[in-house]
Every structure is written in structure tokens, then in C-alpha cells.
Write a protein that binds this ligand. Structure first.
Ligand SMILES: Cc1cc2nc3c(=O)[nH]c(=O)nc-3n(C[C@H](O)[C@H](O)[C@H](O)COP(=O)(O)O)c2cc1C
Length: 326
């Protein structure tokens, strides 16, 4: 068993957290991760307040364990945020604030409701900003990650953030799909990991089976940092790129972003249709470089358990044997 400060702070058994992915989480996967001893987090970016309420009720029916709710701060709306506050989830997780937003007021309201506050960022300065505003846990997200990212890779970023925000606990995110990743994150000074892409190829993830197969097929070398998915959706993220599979959709618009800006409404209609039909070539699929480590669809709880067991084996076995007395 691997026990870190994060386990005590969040009341969980394993230091493994499901990223609150807007398009790829719903009650079943959140509950599955929490029931396995990790922490499930629900993404809210595609939900209205009524849908969020009913997802939270479904999570509560499926687990009595701690879980979290994620908000993208740049587009947070009061109605949805109030549902989070009223639901008194153990964790309120945030990411992607605008530079002019006051983090302290959101964090304070979450604290007043009894939530621990988690904030994810990919730059030291942004992590420090969240720490100064009262966050309890910082997630350092490397550019290997699926979804929206910035430029720094986890290997330098995680120890930099750990040092900068000490003594706050840090979770490493980006590129982590197995026990090797968990062991490496702990070696970098993190107190645990937050996982996205690996959890998308699970029985419980709310994705069309063709998208799960596309993750399995990806060798991780075929992802790209791009603005195309955001231009197509008409959403402007503060300072983010997306890491996405370089599929036919991305190829079609690469170098023609100017035209996509003009035609984005039509393009987005086609994306929604492709998503509905499970056409993984013609809809953006946001995944990390760790897709190259994903070779099967498994139950989410099994992933948490095998990740921890493998990390334990690596630390107790191979790594400990490398140390010799002089
Ligand atoms: C499809 C997708 C959607 C995501 N949506 C969100 C989101 O709404 N909020 C958030 O904080 N992080 C979001 N993320 C980022 C994850 O929380 C996490 O940082 C990332 O997936 C970790 O890297 P990995 O995919 O290599 O495991 C998303 C990631 C993916 C792949």
C-alpha cells in the first residue's frame, strides 16, 4: 500500500485521482474511482445546473466515499457553482482561471462549505497564485497531458512546483497511466497523481466505444498541440492549447485556422454529428501522450488498484535494490 499526505487530507486510501474531465466523466466513473479507494472528480463543463445536480445524486447513490467536482474558472457560472457548494462534495477542484479573476472568493466559498480546494495549473506562477489564494492541493499538469495544457513537461515542472508551494501537497498530472508513472511522480516529490487519458479507456467512461478504441490504437506519438478544437467550438481558453489526436479532423484544418475561424459554426455542427456517430476521425479527441501506454479497456477501479500495486512493486523491488552501501 502507498500512503501519502494526500490520503489523510482527502480521506482516501490510494493517492490516485481521476481528472475532472468535462467531456469524459460522469457518475459511474467518478463512483468507480472513489469506490476503489482513489478520488473520483466530476467535470462540469458540459453540464447545466440541473444535470450537475442529478449527476451528484447519482454519485451519492453509487458511493459513500469522498469525491470532487471540477469547475473551469474562466467560464464558471453561479448556478452550477452553487450546486457544488450545496452538494458539499469533499473536494472542489478548479483550473484555468482568467488572469483577472479573484481565486480567493471561490476558494473561500468552497472552504466554507467544508470542501478541500484543489487547483490545477501548468506553470509555477499560476500554482503560486492558487497557493496564495488558499488552495489545499496543487495539481502540476505537464504538457504531456490530454486536454488543455501549456508548455512545461512534468519532469521539470513537478519538482519546481513542489518546491515553490511547499508545504502544500502536489499531485502530478500528465502522461501518467500506470505504476511506473505513479512511482516516478512520487520520486519527483509529488504526493500522488491525477489521471485523465488512461481513465477514458475504461468500461465506465462516457465515451463512444470507437473513441476508446482510438485511444488504444494511438501510439502516443500521434498527438499534437493545437488550437483547432477550441476554434471549432468557439470557446476561448485563457492561454491554453489542446493536446489532441492528430486525426482527419485536425489534418483538415491544420494551417487553415483562419478559415476555421470563419466557418467554425458549420465545422462544429459536423463535429457534433461525428461524435454522435462515433466517428473518431472527424471529431477532436483530446488525449495525452500516455495513450501509447494504454492497450486495453478495463474497469476504472482496476486501473487504480493495478497502478498502486505496480508502483509498490517498483519502489520495493527494482528501485530499492539499486541502493548500495559504499
Ligand atoms: C478529454 C479531456 C477533458 C478534460 N477536461 C478537463 C476539465 O474540464 N477540467 C480540468 O480541470 N481538467 C480537464 N482535463 C485535464 C485532466 O484533468 C488532466 O489534467 C489530464 O488528463 C492529465 O493528463 P493525462 O490525460 O495524460 O492523464 C481534461 C483532459 C481530457 C483528456
Amino acid at each position: 500500500m502507498i500512503h501519502t499526505r494526500i490520503c489523510d487530507l482527502l480521506g482516501i486510501v490510494h493517492p490516485v485521482v481521476l481528472g475532472g474531465m468535462g467531456t469524459a466523466t460522469s457518475a459511474p466513473i467518478v463512483a468507480a474511482v472513489s469506490n476503489s479507494g482513489g478520488l473520483g472528480i466530476l467535470g462540469t463543463s458540459t453540464l447545466n445546473s440541473a444535470q450537475l445536480k442529478s449527476e451528484v445524486e447519482a454519485i451519492r447513490r453509487a458511493t459513500a466515499k469522498p469525491f470532487g467536482i471540477n469547475h473551469l474558472l474562466f467560464e464558471v457560472d453561479e448556478e452550477r457553482f452553487s450546486v457544488t457548494i450545496e452538494s458539499r462534495s469533499q473536494v472542489a477542484s478548479f483550473a484555468w482561471a482568467r488572469p483577472d479573476q479573484d481565486l480567493r472568493s471561490y476558494f473561500q466559498r468552497a472552504h466554507d462549505a467544508g470542501c478541500k480546494v484543489m487547483y490545477m495549473a501548468g506553470e509555477v506562477g499560476e500554482c503560486l497564485r492558487a497557493a496564495a489564494a488558499g488552495a489545499d492541493v496543487i495539481v502540476a499538469q505537464g504538457t504531456e497531458a490530454g486536454g488543455h495544457v501549456v508548455w512545461m513537461a512534468s519532469m521539470p515542472l513537478v519538482p519546481m512546483v513542489v518546491k515553490a508551494v511547499a508545504p502544500l501537497p502536489v499531485l502530478a498530472a500528465g502522461g501518467i497511466a500506470d505504476g511506473h508513472g505513479l512511482a516516478a511522480a512520487l520520486a519527483l516529490g509529488a504526493d500522488g497523481v491525477l489521471v485523465g487519458t488512461r481513465m477514458m479507456a475504461t468500461h465506465e467512461a462516457p465515451l463512444h466505444p470507437n473513441f476508446k478504441q482510438a485511444i488504444i490504437k494511438s501510439d502516443g506519438h500521434d498527438t499534437v498541440l493545437t488550437e483547432i478544437p477550441d476554434i471549432a467550438s468557439g470557446r476561448v481558453w485563457p492561454g491554453a492549447m489542446s493536446r489532441a489526436l492528430r486525426n482527419a479532423f485536425i489534418e483538415r484544418w491544420a494551417g487553415k485556422e483562419w478559415a476555421l475561424r470563419r466557418d467554425y459554426r458549420e465545422a462544429w455542427k459536423a463535429v457534433l454529428e461525428a461524435r454522435k456517430n462515433g466517428d473518431a476521425d472527424n471529431a477532436p479527441l483530446l488525449i495525452g501522450q500516455d495513450a501509447g501506454l494504454v492497450d486495453s479497456i478495463k474497469p476504472a477501479g482496476e486501473i487504480v488498484e493495478s497502478m498502486v500495486a505496480e508502483a509498490e512493486e517498483i519502489i520495493k523491488g527494482r528501485l530499492s535494490k539499486l541502493v548500495r552501501s559504499r
